[in-house]
Each structure stands twice: as structure tokens, then as C-alpha cells.
Design a protein around this ligand. Structure first.
Ligand code: ATP
Ligand code: MG
Length: 301
């Protein structure tokens, strides 16, 4: 486990305005870390990750057997921040039957014809499962805020560029939606993988320079990078408005993959382990039934 006071550095307070400049995307999160040194810290982080992955596999098994709660993990980030790698590593030890990943791209015409939460609602994890949203309804207050022309057609009232009220209403809808889910047994954990603009550049260059990584690069990525400051502002507004007691945000340092993976795995594992999970109890009647079944089986010729 990572110490709680360290995890708390990344948890977005539920009141006040978030400033992303206050969150360090690198590994030197404190003087203590700096004294410890990068290599020693990396080794420690990898050990913690390995332990957490083993614990997570066990916790997920219990989550499945208990069958009362579900877990929704929301991953948001700029391109190349490592969403895919985080999912792959953090979920590597988990039984695929208990885990569902949904990646949300540009909405279809049918999806745009519904309310903006519709397509996400259909993909929520069932009880006993972990659901991962690789991008989520937060895109509807992020990319859509940066490019308001994406809002879709035929929205009532909005003839001009949507203003403060429009976005405020969406944040309220998101908070109410998440509150509804939490009240019905879903644990919601939201991560913003906070990669720096410099590190994004380095990762894009690697995608361009290394043939086996070329497929990961799209020219749209460069265009979106051009809107970096608008995205940061949209993230700050969204995180400020939607980090709640029932569904907190974590701003995860993402310039070093060993940091982001250790942090995400730790938060997820700790959250599941803190639920009052138990294997279903076997009643006296079921016990008698099991004993009879056992006797029958043992007596087979
Ligand atoms: P990769 O790491 O493979 O690039 P990705 O999540 O960036 O993964 P892409 O197919 O590159 O996947 O991009 C999906 C695109 O869909 C993103 O640009 C995202 O902003 C956009 N998108 C997602 N949800 C919405 C939405 N609700 N409205 C408009 N655009 C959306
Ligand atoms: Mg992309």
C-alpha cells in the first residue's frame, strides 16, 4: 500500500478551484521522494505495484462472489498519457470475466440523438464487476467544450456558442448521475493521467520515429495538442465541479509510467478492499444439501 498522506496529494479536494499547475506530473512529489532518489523510488513503486496487483486479483474475486457492489473506473487524459498501458498493467492479474473495458470515441448519430449520458449508461458495470471507461462522459465537458461544434444537432435553446450555464448544467447532471450510481452500489474512481506537455511531445516523437509505434500516431493528435491550454482549462473546470465525496477525482502524475501505474493500482485496490465484502454464507439447509451431494458422489461406483 502507498501511504495515505501520499495518495491524498493526488486526490482533488471537493471544494474550491483546481489548479493543475499545483500538481507535479513527475516523480519528485515531495522532499522525501527527492532524498530517496529516482531509482530507489522506482524499485519501491514496482514492488508496491506487484503486491497491489496480487491483492487486486483477490479483491476482485471477492467482489464477484459478494455480488452487491460494482466498480467504475474512469480514465481521462490527453493523448499519449498512457491510458491504454495503465489498463493493461493494472488489470493484468484480474480475471477477465469480472472486468469490462469500454473505449468511447466520437459519438454516432444515434448516440447524439439521445441525452449525453445515454451511451455511457448502457455500458455500466454489473454488480460484482469492474468496469473501465477509457474516456467517458467527461469528454462531453472536455473535448466538446474545446470544440463546441461537437455538441450535436437539435439541442433545444442553444443557438449560439453554449455559455457558462450550459456547462454548469452538464456538471450538475454528471454529479447527480454519479450520486445515483453510488447510492445503487457502484464505487466510482476517476483518474486524470496528468502528463506534461514536454513529455507528450517526447512520446509523439517516439511514435513518429519508431516504425512499430507509427500506428499509434494520428494527425488529429497534433491538432489537439495545439489546443493544450484550452484543454487544461476545461479539465480544471470539470475537476473543480465534479470531484465529490461520493466520486472523487485523482490527478495522477503520468510522466513516468511506473508512477501512474503504482498510484492507480493502489487507489483501486484500497477502494475495493475497504468495502464490506464477504463470500455468500451457506445456510444450514444448503450445508445439508452439500453433504448429501458429497455422499452421493463419493458412493459412485
Ligand atoms: P489512443 O490512445 O489509441 O489514441 P484514444 O482514446 O485517444 O486512444 P482515439 O480513437 O484516438 O482514441 O480518439 C477518440 C476520440 O474521440 C478522441 O479525440 C476523443 O476526444 C473523441 N471523443 C470521445 N468522446 C467524445 C464525445 N462525447 N464527443 C466528441 N468526441 C469524443
Ligand atoms: Mg488518440
Amino acid at each position: 500500500m502507498i501511504r495515505k498522506d501520499i495518495i491524498d496529494l493526488f486526490r482533488v479536494p471537493t471544494d474550491g478551484k483546481v489548479r493543475l499547475k499545483d500538481y507535479n506530473p513527475g516523480w519528485k512529489q515531495s522532499d522525501e521522494f527527492e532524498d530517496f532518489g529516482k531509482e530507489a523510488l522506482k524499485e519501491r513503486a514496482q514492488q508496491t505495484l506487484a503486491k497491489n496487483l496480487a491483492d487486486l486479483a483477490e479483491a476482485q474475486n471477492l467482489l464477484y462472489a459478494d455480488d452487491r457492489y460494482s466498480v467504475l473506473i474512469v480514465l481521462q487524459a490527453m493523448d499519449a498519457a498512457g491510458k491504454d498501458g495503465t489498463i493493461k498493467h493494472v488489470m493484468s492479474g484480474v480475471n477477465p470475466q469480472g472486468c469490462q473495458v469500454f473505449s468511447f470515441k466520437k459519438p454516432s448519430a444515434e448516440e447524439l440523438d439521445h441525452n449525453f449520458l445515454w451511451r455511457y449508461m448502457k455500458s455500466l458495470p454489473e454488480r460484482g464487476r469492474i468496469g473501465i471507461f477509457n474516456r467517458s462522459y467527461y469528454e462531453d465537458v472536455l473535448v466538446v467544450k474545446v470544440h463546441p461544434e461537437l455538441i450535436g444537432h437539435n439541442l433545444p435553446r442553444e443557438k449560439e456558442k453554449p455559455g457558462k450555464k450550459f456547462w454548469q448544467a452538464r456538471y450538475e447532471d454528471i454529479n447527480a448521475f454519479e450520486r445515483h450510481l453510488v447510492r445503487n452500489g457502484t464505487v466510482i474512481l476517476k483518474f486524470f493521467l496528468n502528463v506534461s506537455k514536454d513529455e507528450q511531445k517526447a512520446r509523439f516523437l517516439a511514435r513518429l520515429d519508431r516504425p512499430e509505434k507509427n500506428w499509434k500516431f494520428s494527425t488529429a493528435d497534433l491538432a489537439e495538442r495545439g489546443h493544450w491550454d484550452d484543454y487544461m482549462e476545461a479539465y480544471e473546470d470539470a475537476l473543480s465541479a465534479t470531484s465529490t465525496e461520493w466520486a472523487p477525482w485523482y490527478v495522477v502524475p503520468a510522466d513516468y509510467k511506473w508512477v501512474s501505474r503504482a498510484v492507480v493500482a493502489d487507489v483501486v485496490t484500497t477502494a475495493i478492499r475497504s468495502l464490506d465484502l464477504r463470500f455468500p454464507e451457506v445456510t444450514e439447509e444448503q450445508k445439508r444439501f452439500l453433504a448429501t451431494a458429497r455422499a452421493k458422489l463419493a458412493a459412485e461406483a
